[in-house]
Design a binder for this molecule. Sequence first.
Ligand code: SF4
Ligand code: SF4
Length: 142
Amino acid sequence: MRFRCLHCLHCCFFSTPVDYPIVLEGEVDTLKKLALERNITLNFRRITDQFYLWIIEGFCPFYDIANRRCSIHENKPFSCKMFPLLLNIRTGEVSVSFACDWVINHISELINERNNIAEIFPDEFKAVVNLFKKIKALRSGE
Ligand code: SF4
Ligand code: SF4
């Protein structure tokens, strides 16, 4: 079994603060630059030395609703690259989001294959690993 995004819109539409993406300081800079080019205003709130909460109400301003795709795919932050995987930045725990339609559709298989997250979500898991590496590098001052 392998994850295939259904392009169902849900993960780029935000109705509650608990779903807001958490982004790195460098990602804030990239997003602000892209927003400036498109005359878009973005809102962030600092939550730790390295992380910001990206406050989005409704559709993400980078979401291309007509084509159901992210318009900044190559530059989207780690939290978007890894979804529907979630990383708890305090504990390092990786979990699967129940906000994802594909996850809900495959819940029984996921429970049976719960130790194979890296195989079921290879690209998303790679994003988690890359984020871990980035955080480690930032913390060691690289
Ligand atoms: S940056 Fe792209 S993937 Fe992330 S929420 Fe916005 S549209 Fe969705
Ligand atoms: S909620 Fe899941 S299936 Fe729907 S667009 Fe997001 S990742 Fe894809």
